[in-house]
Ligand binder design. Structure first.
Ligand SMILES: [Zn+2]
Ligand SMILES: [Zn+2]
Length: 136
């Protein structure tokens, strides 16, 4: 849905469509109505990771997320500064954008991946490791 500030909580930094607030327990995050990307203020991502079913908020299609993953150079929806592309320290195949003052943006499917650290992840990281070779 096109961004409309009467309806949406913020504008998606990736695809420019509207984002809406979604809640799980006492954590509220913003999810894009178009690409399914997720915005986490400050440390919401680690809070949500601890909640048993936090990944249920990551309803976007990993395929869609994969398309948008390569879309770099996005700006923080809070301050408009260029966000830094970074990979997770434990799961190197997961890339997300971070604004050190405001929070992080993950593409659809990435949070679910981030939450379920597994032996498979570690194996895959060892084998591939490079974001260009890892398909969802
Ligand atoms: Zn989007
Ligand atoms: Zn910012």
């Amino acid at each position: 849905m096109e961004y409309d500030n009467a309806v949406h909580s913020m504008q998606c930094p990736k695809c420019d469509h509207g984002m809406e607030e979604v809640r799980h327990g006492d954590v509220v995050i913003d999810r894009c109505t178009h690409c399914g990307g997720l915005w986490f203020d400050e440390d919401e991502a680690s809070h949500l990771k601890e909640l048993k079913e936090g990944h249920l908020l990551d309803t976007g299609s990993p395929k869609e997320g994969w398309i948008w993953d390569s879309h770099a150079d996005i700006k923080c929806p809070r301050c408009g500064k260029e966000m830094e592309k970074t990979s997770d320290s434990k799961q190197k195949h997961i890339w997300y954008e971070i604004c050190h003052d405001h929070g992080i943006f993950m593409d659809a499917g990435e949070f679910t991946d981030f939450k379920f650290e597994s032996l498979f992840d570690r194996f895959r990281t060892l084998v591939k490791g490079d974001r260009n070779t890892v398909a969802p």
